[in-house]
Unconditional design. Structure first.
Length: 320
């Protein structure tokens, strides 16, 4: 998948954004760096970022080709388009590589573009969560999820989570019995927050340990790869709680790079984010504040995967 490690953009884009860079000569395995088995200097980071930018530019051009075809065939004006990302990437920021083991804004503050016949072109600066895309698409297409044959129960369309609705994120107007954990946490607070969580990734953790072992490195129990993380983020502040590494608070309006952690006791907005996170944790069954038992063994998970799943994981860079 493009814009996913390993980065092998088409030559046209590589020569524009990463001239002279050979993709086979730079680190294309985030686990090698994150385990401490491989060092990357500033020049190599620049090359890696160039390859990543080339892949983004290629994807942008391919979307442009699709959109142009829709225009040429007379379908553009009646077509709903949603473009989003499930995560961003770290290229040395916070001494990390890839999209693992963290909840920094480089990973969670991702693009979302929605084109709909009834929406005029504009930019929004309110909070959006990826789960809102589900309700937005249902709203855009006027779909009743209960009328569609799917496996399991379908979530009802929630206008307070649709970007097309005038009641978007007006959770106070929804019935308390129907609120999800994020909505309940926001209703109980002073300002809006979005929530995100990151549990231990079994396969990525397995490969991180493998790269460390090959280099003769023993990862400590408090390595961030073993931590589960949850965060509450407003437009101005964020609070991250983890079970094996220190908690982190940030004033995003003053420190968008998240380079200077702030204790919740020292800042009202960070404290508000921490309280909101606590309400969210209570709504989902409790905080991740104690180290977990050993995660499921990666070898067992891989042994249960069929070849099609393995091929897909290789395409996404999770298997070699």
């Amino acid at each position: 998948m493009d814009a996913h490690l390993p980065y092998y953009p088409p030559e046209t884009y590589r020569e524009r954004f990463a001239p002279g860079v050979d993709p086979d000569e730079v680190c294309q395995n985030s686990k090698e760096y994150n385990s401490g088995a491989r060092w990357i200097d500033d020049e190599e980071w620049d090359a890696i970022r160039g390859l990543y930018d080339a892949e983004i530019a290629h994807m942008d051009a391919e979307l442009g080709r699709l959109f142009e075809w829709l225009r040429e065939t007379g379908q553009w004006s009646e077509t709903t388009v949603v473009v989003c990302a499930d995560h961003g990437e770290l290229h040395g920021e916070h001494s990390l590589y890839g999209h693992e083991f963290a909840l920094y804004d480089e990973l969670i503050n991702v693009p979302l573009l929605i084109k709909h016949p009834e929406i005029e072109g504009d930019r929004r600066d309110d909070l959006v969560e990826l789960l809102d895309c589900y309700h937005t698409v249902l709203d855009a297409l006027s779909v009743d999820p209960n009328a569609v044959k799917i496996a399991g129960d379908a979530l009802d369309r929630d206008p307070t989570r649709s970007l097309l609705s005038e009641s978007y994120r007006e959770f106070d107007d929804a019935g308390s019995a129907d609120l999800d954990p994020g909505q309940r946490a926001v209703v109980g607070g002073e300002r809006d927050h979005a929530f995100v969580e990151y549990a231990q990734p079994v396969i990525e953790l397995h490969h991180l340990e493998q790269k460390a072992s090959e280099a003769g490195i023993e990862l400590p129990d408090d390595h961030r790869a073993y931590a589960r993380l949850r965060a509450a983020r407003s437009l101005d502040a964020k609070y991250v709680r983890a079970d094996r590494i220190p908690e982190e608070g940030y004033r995003l309006d003053e420190d968008p790079d998240e380079s200077s952690p702030i204790d919740a006791a020292d800042d009202d907005l960070v404290a508000d984010a921490e309280r909101s996170l606590s309400r969210f944790e209570a709504a989902v069954g409790g905080a991740w504040d104690d180290p977990t038992d050993a995660p499921s063994d990666g070898e067992d998970v891989l042994a249960e995967a069929d070849e099609g799943t393995r091929d897909r994981l290789r395409e996404l860079g999770y298997l070699e």
